[in-house]
Design a protein around this ligand. Structure first.
Ligand code: 6GU
Length: 236
């Protein structure tokens, strides 16, 4: 059984996923740390038009994605990691909100399948069916309280949040410990302290003296104070 993390996305717009070949995620794939597959939902359709949606029962505006192509696509993709529990992630603004803690939790899954709905979403029987399958776990996830045209961009966001946490993906893993939402105070997650690099003065603005002092205790204290201030002042 393979021990690497596998990510599959099912979509009617495979071209949305081209950026996965860049930067951190591109390198993680080349290095064999992860495997990513992008699958065209329309390849599961049987009619000449490649229809993936239909009008909603009960009436109302918009179209609903049909369960049959989704079922076929998910069954096929599950076979790419036949021995794993498949975490089926259905992207919807109605889902559980993505947080750093959720991204961290999802690093434990060996096989993530992202179902990228469009229109008014996917017939709910798709989620209901896979929730009854013992080798599947189903989750609905949202990336925030606003509406996107589909789950593709949300999938890119979630994949990036997870993949950068996987062992070996980031060169200096210590940098993960000090970043926003990972730093914890008594009040919960903090955003990151402000960062500076050379030159010492830029357009009349100076680097705070404490950062030039070489006193690591004082620097850590200052950074924590700054993180608390920034967290408190952040518009909510
Ligand atoms: Cl996952 N999908 C859509 N369509 N809109 C969203 C979202 C997902 N998360 C926030 N807005």
């Amino acid at each position: 059984m393979s021990n690497l993390n596998r990510f599959d996305a099912i979509t009617i717009f495979p071209e949305y996923f081209a950026p996965l070949n860049l930067s951190l995620i591109g390198k993680a794939q080349s290095a064999g740390l992860i495997e990513i597959g992008i699958h065209d939902l329309r390849s599961q359709t049987t009619d000449v038009h490649g229809s993936v949606d239909d009008t909603p029962y009960g009436g109302g505006a918009g179209m609903v994605m049909s369960p049959e192509p989704w079922g076929k696509a998910i069954d096929e993709v599950a076979e790419l990691a036949p021995d794993e529990i498949h975490e089926l992630i259905v992207l919807t603004p109605a889902g559980q909100k993505l947080t750093q803690a959720l991204a961290q939790e999802l690093t434990q899954s060996k096989h993530l399948i992202f179902a990228c709905g469009r229109y008014e979403g996917i017939d709910v029987r798709v989620s209901d069916f896979y929730a009854t399958q013992k080798n599947f776990k189903v989750r609905e996830i949202s990336i925030g309280d606003y509406v996107l045209g589909g789950g593709e961009v949300a999938t890119l966001v979630i994949m990036e949040a997870i993949i950068r946490l996987l062992p070996g993906v980031i060169g200096n893993p210590a940098s993960l410990d000090e970043e926003s939402h990972t730093l914890i105070s008594q009040d919960g997650a903090l955003v990151e302290y402000p960062n500076y690099t050379k030159p010492k003065e830029w357009r009349g603005l100076n680097v705070p003296d404490v950062l030039l002092s070489g006193n690591h205790g004082e620097i850590a204290k200052w950074r924590l104070e700054q993180a608390v201030i920034r967290t408190k002042n952040r518009p909510s």
